[in-house]
Design a protein around this ligand. Structure first.
Ligand SMILES: Cc1cc2nc3c(=O)[nH]c(=O)nc-3n(C[C@H](O)[C@H](O)[C@H](O)COP(=O)(O)OP(=O)(O)OC[C@H]3O[C@@H](n4cnc5c(N)ncnc54)[C@H](O)[C@@H]3O)c2cc1C
Length: 389
């Protein structure tokens, strides 16, 4: 009997899902609570995911990556997130950082940096956000100024996933203050270069195994470190985020699934007033709603991933997938805590951790409000055009 809809997977995606499922069961699940409690970056998980190929599965085969589809990547992220949301976040960040390079890098840049991600287990972080430029990245304050035939990068990047743990940053910076998106360029910067330091690791409410740091830059890079010239880089960042949003949708589904499973098990054994919790309509109906939204969210996620894999533009449908799945996961973890009652409110409780981890999915890679903004603008453009036609 199928309660939560399962996506049809091709052989390659099934293979990746089985690898992820095994690693999640044998290694991630047993460590997840400790990683959260100690707020510890799980290097041993990252190492393991490099060894089995998951850490680089979404990179093209020509650079030694797994050449996996987005569908396969989403199944893996979902499996990992179900066991340890932090580890799924680390894997997602690794690939997000590589996307701008893959899309716009020169052959030499790709050969150098993308290959190193596979052969030397190097990692790359996506450094867009700043204190004054989170939802509105056209307002970047980090400056790129021409100097000695290259560029001086000066500024502070905030919230950077993998900051202080990665080998490279893809840094987005303003070349002409006042020009907004038209002045923004992108550069690859070695994390150990002079004038690059990570500062102030965030003490987060959830996803505590991931690191997020402020990265302070006052560094010089050569011209050939430019990935995208002024005017082209913000589009590149947004294209990477379009893919990242589908991945966050899958991550949300994994977190929601873990909460649903735990709450359903609990509701099936715990009795009050002489009845199992699940037989009280107030609880049973809530779980029915979670299951329904989880099936719908998975359909939306995998259909979006399939569209991407067949070359279609997923900017808007991906925004919908992220919006829907992260908010469905919000309700799933909330109901999870409620079903456990007092047991769900104290540590160490799985649903308590899921409740905190889930919250990030409504913030990073564009908040829920920003997804709605993107969709509302598109609706306006569509219907405005119709009006004028
Ligand atoms: C765990 C975590 C990991 C992250 N990892 C990275 C990373 O690796 N790299 C990176 O570059 N960034 C990263 N970020 C940053 C993240 O992308 C930003 O936090 C996010 O885009 C929101 O920006 P902000 O925090 O500045 O919020 P703000 O932009 O200040 O927004 C505050 C609130 O106002 C709302 N809001 C803003 N504008 C509007 C509007 N026009 N209409 C309606 N509501 C609006 C927002 O939705 C939000 O609720 C990460 C953040 C977190 C929490």
């Amino acid at each position: 009997m199928v309660i939560i809809w399962d996506p049809p997977l091709d052989q390659d995606a099934s293979k990746w899902r089985d690898i992820a499922r095994r690693i999640a069961r044998d290694h991630l699940t047993p460590r997840a609570a400790d990683i959260d409690r100690d707020q510890r970056y799980p290097r041993e998980n990252v190492q393991l995911l490099h060894e089995c190929g998951i850490a680089t599965m979404f990179l093209p085969r020509q650079y030694g990556g797994g050449g996996a589809s987005l569908t396969a990547f989403c199944t893996v992220i979902e499996e990992l997130a179900q066991a340890c949301a932090s580890t799924s976040g680390i894997v997602a960040t690794l690939q997000l950082g590589a996307l701008p390079l893959l899309r716009a890098g020169t052959c030499q840049q790709k050969d150098t940096y993308i290959r190193a991600l596979v052969t030397e287990q190097k990692t790359i972080s996506f450094a867009l956000s700043e204190r004054e430029a989170g939802s509105d990245p056209s307002n970047l304050q980090t400056l790129a100024t021409p100097e000695n035939g290259g560029w001086r990068l000066r500024g502070e990047k905030r919230w950077i996933g993998g900051g202080g743990e990665c080998s490279y940053y893809v840094v987005f910076a303003q070349t002409e203050p006042g020009r907004g998106r038209l002045g923004i360029a992108a550069f690859i910067v070695a994390a150990d270069a002079d004038g690059v330091r990570d500062d102030a690791r965030e003490d987060k409410m959830g996803m505590r195994g991931t690191v997020n740091s402020t990265v302070v830059l006052n560094t010089w890079v050569a011209n050939d470190c430019m990935i995208a010239p002024p005017g082209k880089a913000l589009k590149l960042a947004l294209e990477a985020l379009n893919v990242g949003r589908v991945v966050v949708a899958a991550q949300s589904n994994g977190i929601a699934r873990a909460a649903f499973d735990a709450a359903s098990r609990r509701a099936s054994v715990r009795t009050t007033f002489g009845q199992r919790l699940i037989d009280h309509q107030g609880i049973g109906f809530k779980l029915a709603d979670v299951a329904t939204r989880l099936s719908a969210g998975r359909m939306l996620t995998y259909e979006t991933a399939r569209s991407f894999d067949t070359g279609q533009d997923v900017a808007l449908i991906g925004a919908q997938a992220k919006l829907f799945c992260s908010e469905a996961a919000h309700d799933a973890v909330d109901i999870g805590v409620q079903v456990f009652g007092g047991e769900g409110f104290v540590k160490p409780s799985l649903v308590e951790r899921l409740y905190r981890d889930q919250r990030a999915t409504e913030i990073y890679e564009g908040t829920s409000e920003i997804q709605r903004l993107v969709l509302a603008r598109a609706i306006h453009a569509e219907f405005n055009n119709e009006e004028q036609a």
